[in-house]
Design a protein around this ligand. Sequence first.
Ligand code: SDX
Length: 437
Amino acid sequence: MEEKYKKTTSTDMATLTIHGKSYELPIYGGSTGPDVIDIRTLYRDTGMFTFDPGFTSTASCESAITYIDGDKGELLYRGYPIDQLAEKSDFLEVAYLLLNGELPNTQQDKEFKNAITYHTMVHEQLNRFFGGFRRDAHPMAIMCGVVGAMSSFYHDSTDINDPEQRRVASNRLIAKLPTIAAMTYKYSIGQPFVYPRNDLNYAEYFLYMTFGVPNCEDYKVNKTLADAMDKIFILHADHEQNASTSTVRLAGSSGANPFACIAAGIASLWGPAHGGANEACLKMLSEIGSVENIPKYIDKAKDKNDPFRLMGFGHRVYKNFDPRAKVLQQAAHDVLEELGVQDPLLDVAKELERIALEDPYFIEKKLYPNVDFYSGIILKAMGFPTEMFTVLFALARTVGWISQWGEMITDPTQKIGRPRQLFIGETERNYIDIKNR
Ligand code: SDX
């Protein structure tokens, strides 16, 4: 944690009264956002735990990386609004910003992009892991396995106490995730893996490794697609202490190496309630199929007895709009227009959004389109199969995960994460021989 960022130790105290006895708990403020009540002494002083399944009211750490204001629909990376970064920056510049806290100058930008470019190849033996997977394996299953296996190749960057090894591991992960992601796609369609090209930028060489077929034909970079890809990566790069980031932090708090921690984050992101929602959302739009069917699905989403949810809607933090969804809605329109793609699913998505935002249920529960609502439509138009959508999310979020991991490792107050529980099971009882059961 960089010295210049500190919580404010306010004089305010929170008073908690339990069974007639009062306890004083310190209140801290940050640079913006909700203040916190420090409850670290609560169990020692009261013998009681707090209870917060899903951590709806719990700050797990101090962080200076990403700030979200759910009511304003605001998302800041190191203080910079996401819409400005999406419009003016590029993904590796944003990666530098998230990792280091400041936008790079020209020299720093050049050096960082060089460092990433010259780490994009993977160890040739890592290719052999793919052969153990079925061709129809979900690419996220392969990502969990192959990224975790990186720790069996890069032993010279697994000492988490060595700043230089942490830097190299971060660069390796940021550089090699696109290569591995492209390999999962190539493996699924039975095409040969494609080596990266150092003359292309990050989004360009990812698209080249994914869709290029070298020796058979020359690959022409489509600037519109590469720019859209880069923008999608920026929008997905980080998002405060979401489920997968919290997974990475918890794994890292035990001292696990960064490759294993990122593999844990990939596993958590896969869930349809989280990063898997983009895949689930496109499948839902395909199932709805036409504008005429929307009311039926809106009713299903509102039916308490029906587990169906509108995928791509709702968010734990955003209770207004998700700023990323607004940027992606425009990008979806631009990419489809540029490609001359008429996708009826975009019409279904827009009409679904319009109807939902006028429906009292969604208004009352503050359910708005989130980052996953439009991303699938763009990715489908770009040629990605639905199963690859969450892989792309993981590729981009690796930058946020490794930035948050680095912040945790260097936070002098960090301890191994070890929550407690409210036990509701059987109390002590004696063993019964099977003949007496
Ligand atoms: C991501 O945390 C992050 O930052 C995540 C993320 C990131 O960048 O890392 O932003 C990425 O994960 C985006 C979210 C992608 N998930 C989906 O689109 C899946 C569909 N959405 C829901 O599953 C849900 O909205 C969550 C998981 C996103 C949020 O769940 P919460 O905060 O735990 O809210 P909840 O489940 O308690 O819902 C509150 C109410 C409930 O009704 P009641 O029990 O109060 O009557 O709203 C209802 C829910 O039933 N509700 C929905 C709904 N989402 C919530 N009803 C219909 N459709 C939905 N999508």
